[in-house]
Design a protein around this ligand. Sequence first.
Ligand SMILES: [Zn+2]
Length: 282
Amino acid sequence: MVLAPLEALDLGELRIDVLDGGSLAFSIERPGKRIALELAVRPLLVRTSEWSCLIDPGFGPADPRRRERFQLRDPVPLEEQLDRLGVAQPDHVLLTHLHFDHAAGVLAGSAHGMRDDGDVEEARFPGAEHHVHPLEWDAAMREQRGGDLAARIERALSRLPKSLPSDGTVLGTPGHAPRIDVELASGHTEGLVAVWMHGTEGTAMFAADLVPTRKFLGARLDRMADQAPELARDSRIALLRRCEREHAFVLFYHDRDVAFARIEADATLRDTWHVQRDADFR
Ligand SMILES: [Zn+2]
């Protein structure tokens, strides 16, 4: 599989670099057929002159069972990619939700699997402030979600991550660009947040697994991936309507070919959007 080259989006005093988080592949059973899926993993580095924020750092060490089941392909280490971009450590790490392919990358570990020798895992970016929505955190703790990620992250950081608001500014000043806002967008999980990145000249929206690829640019019901499919569909539509209205870029974490795009409404189908062609990607 060949990934699209790394890309960057300059929104005016706020820059988003799309990193290579490797890939995962698996198949799902449907009546009478087997569907093979291959997904990209695209962590984001968001920077202004004041701060840097890494969003969803990928699957990281992951355990051997997940490595095999999802045929994980490791990327060039994120540390190296960040280094190349002139960032030794991000100031902030924001996790949209606590599934392993988005959040396990905050832990350090060997490429061959997490430690099983009883050692405490270490934080990969110990100097960074970590952010998770409390609803997501509590659910992940309760269900030992993502390989008991919440408990492992708490041990590695020796503290709780900072609680994301359900609707509000996380970095920057409310109402002013550049800034990062989040909004609770339930359905895929309880506490997934969508991230709105506002520059002085444009906006981008990252909804992680609510809009993971271009196939999700509409009123799609995904009974396999979404915990509450109807709620996820409603959250998805509300986010995409706002993207259309605000002419915002949509970032696709799992799309193999397109990292981000502006969208336009279908001429006839309600709540259906397409990637805008000939868009000005600056
Ligand atoms: Zn995912």
